[in-house]
Write a protein that binds this ligand. Sequence first.
Ligand code: FE2
Length: 309
Amino acid sequence: MGIVAAMFCFAQVSDLHLPPLPPVPLRALASKRALGYLSWYRKRKGIHRAEVLEALVADLTELHHDHVVVTGDVTNLSLPAEYRAAAQWLHGLAPADRVSVVPGNHDAYTPVPDPGFIGDWAAFMTCDSGAQAGTFPFVRKRGPVAFIGVSSAVPSPPFMATGRIGEMQLKRLESMLDALRGSGLLRIVLLHHPPQAGAVSARRRLTDAGQFRSVLSRAGAELVLHGHAHRALVGELPGPLGPIRVLGAASATASAHAGQQSAQYHAIRVRETKETWRISAESRCYDAAKGHFIGGPVSDMDITKRVAT
Ligand SMILES: [Fe+2]
């Protein structure tokens, strides 16, 4: 085993659906938002709790992460006031170069008015290349990691929560993964919708998941992180040199409800040796009785560094 370098720690939080919902102007309900508001009022309002969000921030602060990634659905109804409140909340977490965000379907709930999330959240999506904010995928190299942020957030018809990456992004993603191969960096792809087949219902699927999987099977990646399912998931996708691990985080603000688990997020530690990356992903779970997050199951992976090709 080679020399052990310093450890890099980052958190993956997802599906925050940030509480509380700001006042909803009546005119905003003349769209799919009317259904979303009804669903929020009858269901989500009681699930995504301010006290869990507070406990989450306390836990993130205590654990001193080098970076935080947010895998989408920061808002509920894509209201301009929600984008602004979310930006403020994200800025409060850490300096923007230490927080990366990819949007989810709730962040592009209806055709997004300019500037929408791209305007308010630009600082968390800035690509190292200097490409214009809102151009996906973005690449942010931090410590031993290259975070590659993909957007699957597109407006969908009523009662649907599908996602789509699109050909242009997929093409750029393949070039980026190819360019980063052999760079010595751990390539971690971030997106909201689960890319593995059957992870969620057809109504909530990523419509071009097959094309995404094809890109990864050719170009490879070391890890994929997603949200959207509101439950922790572990999966694999075929890669050029073996399976690629896929981790899905549950909602980081949900209280336990209807048999569903309470809030959860991933605390991920990366230790680099000369030959491998040792990744340790801990599931931190909200304990309602204690009123804070506690350590849960840990998933360890050793990824052999590939030789540049
Ligand atoms: Fe979602």
